[in-house]
Design a protein around this ligand. Structure first.
Ligand code: 2IT
Length: 445
């Protein structure tokens, strides 16, 4: 396999799907050497098969706003690969949603889910719908219209969606409620559900918790204590909220969060009251972070600026793809950053990753660092299948172990001769090997 040849073929076919090509290129570069040591993979043409989704559903979503106006959006579900378990992955409602972004997310999800050690395949879905400023009733109508089209392709052993950007417990409730009505079953086809109807404790916090556990493991490989370290986060959604809770609990100091309008610098660090306020900001429906500086006047708001200009020990992108570019990475490295954990999917551009690897800092790619979310979804599926609920402590202990195991897999496959751990290669190779072997064993399907 030659990366250039595979990419040339894909570019010819999918040249306009930039994000998808970016995600594939990164994986191929990491696995090239290992793949070429396994002629049995090439004989079964695993490479051409693994970059092509099993199937894609695209559909029209028609819904009515509160004024009676009729709107049309495009809905998607990309069932990428089910070699190791049912399709599993979130639903994203965001204006940027396209086939390219959902194919990249489904592709990444396949390897991420393989890394979790749980039996889950990869999928992703969503719509180019902007939930900002919509009423509760509008959100419900949209979710119902979306599921009316998709429900037939879902099922507890077929395809299990969850939340992602723009989709949290409320939206999962509306989608799952309508799914249940149409499918005439209550089997837990969706994760991220409410706590009284099959949801798992810790699921809302899980991506952030898992990300900080992962960062802590990375730091420990360099004998660095997370206690007292400064942390900057982008976003103020579920992911950065969970990360803020866990980082603070472990004694680190979260000094910045951000929104589409700019960032907040709070040198005192976040505490419980401020972390709770992140949730309030999110539910206010304005999607801006500026009011934080009015509520807590010692904090400063920097309008239109990116949070990566802040000097900190640990940086975690927690928002959207390509939110941290090469210049941002240079600024972080110049400011002495020790560890970057990608809690968003493909949060860093290839140029940014190259800067981090060149500087030999601890860089945890999304497939590994943000896998705690979907891992806890896997734990929710297990609880649903067994018809019981685990305690917070039980779920957290399992999540901790999974993050430790993912870290171990990255170290195993990513440690270079000079001792540097390339977590990008480690995560890509470990995830790929598992999926590729499963595909090989199941024949040509
Ligand atoms: O990107 C992700 O891993 C998620 N949005 C969570 C997916 C899931 O099924 O919990």
């Amino acid at each position: 396999m030659k990366v250039n040849e595979v990419m040339a073929k894909l570019e010819k076919k999918y040249g306009h799907e930039k994000e998808f090509l970016q995600a594939v290129h990164e994986v191929l570069e990491s696995i090239e050497e290992v793949y070429n040591q396994h002629p049995e993979f090439d004989k079964a043409n695993i490479i051409d098969r693994i970059v092509e989704p099993d199937r894609i559903f695209t559909f029209r979503v028609t819904w009515q706003d509160d004024k009676g106006e009729v709107h049309v959006n495009t809905g998607y579900r990309v069932q990428f690969n089910n070699a190791i378990g049912p399709y599993k992955g979130g639903i994203r409602f965001h204006p940027s949603v396209s086939l390219s972004s959902l194919k990249f997310l489904g592709f990444e999800q396949t390897f991420k889910n393989a890394l979790t050690t749980l039996p889950m395949g990869g999928g992703k879905g969503g719509a180019d719908f902007n939930p900002q400023g919509k009423s509760n009733a509008e959100i419900m109508r949209f979710c119902q219209a979306f599921i009316a089209e998709l429900w037939q392709h879902l099922g507890p052993d077929t395809d299990v969606p969850a939340g992602d950007i723009g989709v949290a417990a409320r939206e999962v409730g509306f989608m799952y409620g309508y799914y249940k009505k149409l499918a005439r079953e209550n089997t837990g086809t969706y994760t991220g559900k409410g706590m009284t109807w099959g949801g798992s404790l810790i699921r809302p916090e899980a991506t952030g918790f898992g990300g900080i556990y992962f960062a802590d493991h990375m730091l420990k490989t360099s004998n660095i204590d997370i206690k007292g370290k400064t942390v900057i986060l982008s976003g103020f959604g579920n992911v950065s909220w969970g990360a803020a809770i866990k980082a603070t609990e472990l004694g680190a100091k979260v000094i910045a969060i951000s929104g589409p309008d700019g960032y907040i610098l709070d040198e005192e660090g976040l505490n419980q009251e401020k972390i709770d306020y992140m949730v309030e900001l999110r539910t206010s429906n304005n999607n801006v972070v500026a009011p934080y500086a009015q509520k807590f006047p010692k904090a400063k708001f920097f309008a239109g600026k990116k949070v990566w200009e802040v000097k900190a020990d640990i940086a975690c992108p927690c928002a959207i793809q390509n939110e941290l570019n090469g210049d941002d990475a240079k600024a972080l490295v110049a400011n002495g950053v020790i560890c970057v954990a990608e809690l968003s999917n493909m949060g860093c551009t290839p140029e940014a990753i190259a800067e981090f690897i060149k500087a030999k800092i601890l860089f945890g790619p999304g497939k590994a660092a943000n896998a705690g979310g979907v891992a806890t979804s896997g734990l929710e599926m297990t609880q649903n299948a067994m018809h019981l609920n685990w305690t917070r402590e039980e779920v957290d202990a399992k999540l901790k172990q999974i993050m430790k195991d993912i870290h171990g897999a990255c170290v195993k496959y990513g440690t270079q001769k000079d001792g540097f751990i390339n977590y990008v290669n480690g995560a890509n190779i470990a995830g790929f090997m598992k999926v590729a072997r499963a595909m090989l064993e199941q024949g040509l399907i």
